[in-house]
Design a protein around this ligand. Structure first.
Ligand code: PBG
Length: 328
């Protein structure tokens, strides 16, 4: 139906009409808010490359989580910074590790908030890699047991869901088996399935002090040029028992999100990572972009590509904006 019969502008005339025919919505219920836990008390240490985000001691983290829950954000994703690092990342799976403490405190205070934990070793290892290092190489199979122990310790502390982000082969199966052995059949796994070796994790690595001390993560995280391989990675995680699959980063990999959503019948999460947040914050501060609009446009794009859930440091800003009735 060509012009002049069809005039697409008819439906763009008013804000109400635009809202009625909008295909994709961003809802506060789709958001997951990442938080960084540190040892100590009363600590709210700003992260310079992630304006607005802080490293939080458990007491402060609970306040932040309460705040988020009050804004109807359904879930937080917890990361921890340990007191001491060692080659095998032992605080990652310590009963009284920082994440385990944070999980207990949040679940004690706000039982209805979903607590998801990031399962990885890189914040906890002295070499900063996501697995066990032998002869200068990151070893896959010896790492699986440590990841599984980490996941079980999080769930024992009360975590509602675990999210392995290490990219070792076979880790979803290893974690599923250990959770089941521990009687945690009902605890879902959100797998970082297509996680790329990305420059966009830079600010996170400052925040979590998790930069590798030698080499890089390219022997386990995915090559940015590959999309078909992402489908294979997702397929493997699905076969191993992943309940939710994730694409990470989000904005530079919208095509991958769309393909994963099209190919698999599972909920898809996308992680809008620290670098995506930092870019928008930085350009906003310089007056080069309208920060709020750029934030909403990016997040709606991630949903439009096919993500059901969006992990974002902007979660509270979005919740505030949506609450005020604003539309992207
Ligand atoms: C741990 C992990 C990383 C991120 C989430 N989990 C860093 C990395 O793989 O180097 C990045 C999150 C972000 O950049 O916001 N493996």
């Amino acid at each position: 139906m060509p012009y002049p019969v069809f005039r697409p502008r008819r439906l763009r005339e008013s804000a109400l009409l635009r809202k009625m025919v909008r295909e994709t919505r961003l809802d506060v219920g789709d958001l997951i808010y990442p938080l960084f836990a540190v040892h100590g008390r009363g600590i709210r240490e700003p992260i310079p490359s992630m304006p607005g985000q802080c490293r939080l001691s458990v007491d402060e983290l609970v306040k932040e989580a309460k705040d988020a829950a009050g804004m109807r954000i359904p879930a937080v994703l917890l990361f921890g910074l340990p007191n001491a690092k060692d080659p095998r990342g032992s605080e990652a799976y310590a009963e009284d590790g920082i994440v385990q403490q944070a999980v207990r405190a949040v679940k004690d205070t706000i039982p209805d908030l979903l607590v998801i934990t990031d399962v990885c070793l890189c914040q906890y290892t002295s070499h900063g890699h996501c697995g066990v290092v032998e002869d200068g190489r990151v070893k896959n199979d010896p790492t699986l047991d440590l990841l599984a122990r980490t996941a079980v310790s999080h769930v024992e502390a009360g975590a509602d869901m675990v999210a392995p982000s290490d990219m070792m082969d076979g880790r979803v199966a290893a974690i599923r088996e250990s959770l089941d052995d521990g009687g945690f059949h009902e605890t879902p796994i959100m797998a970082y399935s297509a996680k790329y070796a990305s420059s966009f994790y830079g600010p996170f690595r400052d925040a979590a002090e998790s930069a590798p001390q030698f080499g890089d993560r390219r022997s386990y995280q995915m090559d940015p040029g590959n999309a078909i391989e992402a489908l294979r990675e997702v397929g493997l995680d699905v076969d191993e028992g992943a309940d939710i699959v994730m694409v990470k980063p989000a904005l530079p990999y919208l095509d991958v999100i769309a393909r994963v959503k099209g190919e698999f019948g599972l909920p898809v999460a996308a992680y809008s990572v620290s670098g995506e947040y930092a870019m928008i914050k930085a350009a906003g501060r310089l007056g080069w972009l309208d920060e709020e609009r750029a934030m909403m446009e990016s997040l709606i794009a991630i949903r439009r590509a096919g993500a059901d859930l969006v992990i974002t440091y902007f979660a509270k800003d979005v919740a505030r904006l949506l609450e005020s009735g604003a539309t992207p």
